[in-house]
Ligand binder design. Structure first.
Ligand code: AMP
Length: 214
């Protein structure tokens, strides 16, 4: 199963991907997490990506596509895989199709989590993460002192600070041509992301059950 989660920043893709990966025993690959990792390790790719990320812009395709294609070619990505944060545009979607086709695979389902802009700005400005394991917390529901999963330190990402959030939203909404790409292929399912985390997970699981039964 190759599932991708689409949606603007703050729709809950990362949270849902973590929950679904744990539940189904699938590998979760997040390009945002991979990029934050290379930035913190100050690799050449990290240094190149950092300035785009700090401005809330997308990292150029030529840097992200090769990183992702290499990752999904590894042995642990050959069974169930859930992709979060990629593709972000049509060029990335086409590059993904091409890389998968070479391995005799394809995107089985693209789930789009839809949330209105005002709600996204509110959510992102209150989002905190664990520096160690990447778990996501929201200030609106009260922040624990340390990560409840691993005890790591919580921090607010530079690109989740209120001054960057609006710019990021505008630059990073899933573009219409990429959505049409999946819609026309009959792979796209829309989910209302204004519901509780649990309800969104349940609906995605229902979609997966339908797919498995089809
Ligand atoms: P995310 O954790 O998915 O919100 O990603 C954090 C940041 O990483 C984004 O704001 C982008 O700057 C960058 N990024 C993540 N995934 C991609 C991608 N597929 N293409 C370009 N930039 C990306």
């Amino acid at each position: 199963m190759f599932l991708i989660l689409l949606g603007a920043p703050g729709t809950g893709k990362g949270t849902q991907a973590q929950l679904l990966a744990e539940k189904e025993g699938w590998l979760h690959v997040s390009t945002g997490d991979m990029l934050r990792d290379v930035v913190s390790r100050k690799t050449i790719l990290g240094e190149a990506a950092k300035k785009f990320m700090d401005q809330g812009a997308l990292v150029p395709d030529e840097l992200v596509i090769s990183m992702l294609v290499e990752r999904i070619g590894q042995a642990d990505a050959q069974a169930g895989l859930i992709l979060d944060g990629f593709p972000r545009n049509l060029a990335q979607a086409e590059a993904l199709d091409e890389a998968l086709a070479k391995a005799g695979r394809c995107v089985d389902l693209a789930v789009n989590i839809a949330v209105p802009d005002e709600e996204l700005v509110r959510r992102l400005s209150g989002r905190w993460m664990c520096r160690n394991c990447g778990a996501i917390y929201n200030a609106a529901s009260g922040l624990p002192e340390k990560c409840t999963r691993c005890g790591g330190e919580l921090y607010q990402r530079e690109d989740d600070q209120p001054h960057t959030v609006k710019a990021r939203m505008q630059k990073q909404k899933p573009p219409a041509d990429m959505m049409s790409h999946y819609r026309l292929a009959g792979r796209l399912v829309d989910i209302n992301g204004l519901q509780s985390v649990d309800k969104v997970t349940k609906q995605i699981l229902n979609v997966l059950d339908d797919w498995k039964g089809a």
